[in-house]
Design a protein around this ligand. Structure first.
Ligand SMILES: Cc1cc2nc3c(=O)[nH]c(=O)nc-3n(C[C@H](O)[C@H](O)[C@H](O)COP(=O)(O)O)c2cc1C
Length: 497
């Protein structure tokens, strides 16, 4: 049964955008979905989130959820291997999962699928609202197991940004049918023999490796997150009509990663955007599919504008990231809200820090990696590896390297030393953001917070009362049409759609 058989008029006007790692937590997505809008969890690094939570005594009840997971062996393995009822002692390092390889072990895939299942299942519990999952196209190794685990939990939507998710669009129906799926990797083959063909490298997932008898599953609706109308038109032309259900059009003021400027111009490390970076919405509209605007539209006026230009609504991240239900620890959320109101915290666009090479919005909070000295003090180590890029070594092996790993290692793996300059370890920093930092010699990894320009004039919370919840964000977004908004909320709650 396809899950993407919605009518455009059934779609909510607000999508709470997916925010990794763990910022758009199941709690946030569930709250938003319960209110009749679309709540989105992040699949990024969710396996590491789950094994760290298990080591911290399982505060979110993942073990309970794992009881309904159809791959009992892997559910038992996760609990036996990682669950610690007393939690870790203070400053004790977390045990890590083996890094997920480009030629993956089925066990890593099974763990990732099970972890994703728990997050979606928790987000969907207790209501009939809509829940989606967000992934990054750059992180190719993780997409298929995440999508499969999310589908086993009945995810309604999949959103993929940070790259061109053309291949992913074709694989979702295969996974839904229980068939093997495959994503083409694009490794650097410059060290390999001349006869190595780039397009022979793939990341494969066979549902039969996850479940002995893979069922037929509902296919979630698929919305690529893109920044340009030309990309939408290319995808539309190259893909069968039913593979893409709609678009999220995201501009460069959004929180998280942004598309690089099309003119390739930078002022130091800061990208310079111009009119070329503005998507032609008329052309998107002409494609005839629902679309949402993201990046600076998180206001009543933004929602109104979106409706006026023919969009179904808006995707909002930054405002939700600081809501009580987000994955951030309460004390950090408060520091951020207060700092944004006093002006002590600002928003920078850093074209260098992310190993992906994409510009990354940074919140300039003291005591985090936003401060250069903290960045320089960190000894480089790559022990999570989510942002590793594939390359083929001289022996023909498909391996991974990350420009934020120790420079010597990166160069030994054939990487260009220049590419390592200014890079930060987002994997460890983003785990620290949600209160799950690795400890090294008794000291925690430091966070690096992200948020969009929407936070510069934060309409919620205050210096005296630096907190708000997801309901406050929705009420603010409904804004000058409170009666309509209220009525919509009631109708949606009652029907559960
Ligand atoms: C903390 C944070 C993390 C984010 N992480 C992701 C992510 O992992 N994947 C993604 O596609 N977008 C990510 N985003 C972008 C949001 O999903 C959303 O599209 C964007 O925030 C909308 O614009 P706004 O920031 O102006 O609200 C992130 C945004 C924030 C604020």
């Amino acid at each position: 049964m396809p899950r993407n058989d919605f009518k455009q008029s059934d779609l909510p006007s607000i999508i709470q955008g997916g925010m990794g790692i763990g910022v758009s937590s199941w709690r946030l997505a569930r709250t938003v979905a319960q209110r009749g809008e679309l709540g989105v969890i992040s699949g990024t690094s969710i396996d590491s989130v789950v094994v760290r939570e298990l080591q911290d005594g399982d505060p979110h009840g993942r073990r309970q959820v794992l009881q309904s997971y159809p791959d009992e062996d892997i559910a038992d393995h996760l609990i036996d291997r990682f669950y610690n009822p007393e939690g870790r002692s203070e400053h004790e390092p977390y045990d890590l999962l083996p890094i997920h390889q480009f030629t993956p072990r089925p066990k890593s895939q099974r763990i990732l699928a099970a972890a994703t299942y728990t997050e979606v299942q928790l987000a969907k519990e207790g209501h009939d609202g809509l829940v989606g999952m967000n992934l990054l196209a750059k992180l190719k190794r993780y997409s298929l197991p995440c999508i499969y685990g999310a589908m086993l939990a009945g995810v309604d939507f999949v959103f993929i940004g940070a790259g061109i998710p053309m291949e992913e669009a074709k694989q979702i129906p295969k996974l839904a049918a229980g068939e093997p799926a495959s994503l083409r990797l694009d490794p650097d083959t410059s060290q390999a023999d001349d006869d190595v063909l780039k397009d022979t490298y793939t990341y494969d997932l066979d549902p039969a490796d996850v479940l002995s008898d893979p069922p037929s599953l509902a296919r979630p609706a698929f919305f690529p997150i893109i920044s340009s109308d030309s990309l939408a038109r290319i995808m539309d032309a190259k893909l069968p009509d039913e593979h893409v259900d709609g678009w999220i059009i995201e501009g460069p003021v959004a929180g998280g990663h942004n598309a690089p400027p099309r003119n390739k111009r930078y002022d130091g490390d800061t990208p310079i955007y111009d009119e070329k970076d503005v998507a032609d919405l008329g052309r998107i509209r002409d494609l005839g599919k629902p679309f949402y605007l993201a990046g600076g539209y998180g206001s009543p006026e933004g929602l109104q504008y979106a409706t006026n230009v023919g969009a179904t609504g808006i995707q909002v991240g930054s405002l939700f990231s600081l809501a009580e239900e987000s994955g951030y620890p309460e004390n950090m959320t408060k520091r951020l809200i207060r700092g944004l109101h006093t002006g002590d915290v600002s928003v920078d666009t850093d074209g260098r820090v992310s190993p992906t090479g994409f510009p990354f919005k940074v919140l300039t909070l003291s005591g985090t990696h936003a401060e250069d000295e903290n960045d320089q003090r960190r000894t480089r180590i790559c022990d999570l590896g989510y942002l590793r890029e594939p390359y083929v070594d001289e022996k023909g092996r498909l391996l991974g390297r990350c420009p934020a790993e120790p420079v010597d290692d990166y160069v030994r793996k054939g990487g260009d030393e220049e590419a390592t300059k200014g890079r930060g370890c987002l994997c460890n920093a983003l785990m620290a953001n949600i209160g799950l930092p690795q400890y090294r010699d008794g000291s925690p990894e430091l966070p690096l917070y992200t948020g969009g320009d929407a936070l510069l004039n934060l309409p919620l919370g205050s210096v005296a009362n630096p907190s708000y919840d997801a309901g406050d964000v929705l009420a603010y977004l409904y804004g000058d049409t409170p009666a309509l908004a209220h009525a919509m909320g009631e109708t949606k709650d009652e029907t559960g759609t």
